[in-house]
Design a protein around this ligand. Structure first.
Ligand SMILES: [Zn+2]
Ligand SMILES: [Zn+2]
Length: 183
């Protein structure tokens, strides 16, 4: 079982590294543990690229992070700017091992430019914060939540991410606290 005491943020290329540091503070307050951005290691995501889909396999990235950080005793959040997919879906914002060690998120579909709008770096950061907390929430064993304001509410479009907050509802928060206590 992964330790709750730290979460390591790992860049996966292609990646805009300026997106990583703004995650530290919100993740620290969400999970009340040490958050660290790795500088030494960056995962080259090209092996997970699927030529016919023009996307990266999130599951392959998770597997690779698991191998690479086999000896690391905390949880891992992989962050990429590449477009992610799982076979049954057109795209995903991220994927996580439920009650596991590794989560990955992508900034690709969180950018306003993708929808023909002007770039909005603050909105991009906020969306990435929400999706990072959401995927790590899965890694801490949380399931999707019906409360549309809760960060564990499932979002299929960027506008749905904007509706929810970056916080756990009281139910999810209680579950998270008991999970954190288990570790
Ligand atoms: Zn989810
Ligand atoms: Zn909730």
């Amino acid at each position: 079982m992964a330790n709750a005491s730290s979460i390591l943020i790992v860049a996966i290329s292609p990646v805009d590294r300026t997106l990583l540091q703004p995650l530290v503070k919100p993740l620290t307050s969400a999970f009340r543990c040490r958050i660290e951005v790795t500088r030494a290691v960056q995962l080259d995501g090209s092996f997970a690229f699927n030529l016919s889909r023009n996307q990266y396999s999130s599951t392959a990235l998770i597997t690779s992070l698991l191998e690479k950080f086999e000896d690391f005793d905390g949880r891992i959040l992989g962050v990429t700017s590449g477009d992610l997919f799982v076979p049954v879906l057109t795209y995903v914002f991220g994927e996580a091992q439920l009650d596991g060690k590794v989560a990955v998120v992508s900034s690709h579909r969180l950018r306003e430019e993708l929808y023909g709008l002007a770039p909005d770096p603050n909105l991009l950061n906020l969306r990435l914060v929400k999706e990072s907390i959401h995927e790590l929430g899965h890694a801490f064993g949380l399931l999707h939540c019906n409360n549309y304001l809760c960060v564990m509410h499932s979002s299929t479009g960027a506008e749905e991410i904007d509706v929810k907050t970056d916080r756990f509802c009281s139910t999810c928060s209680g579950q998270l606290l008991s999970k954190l206590g288990d570790n």
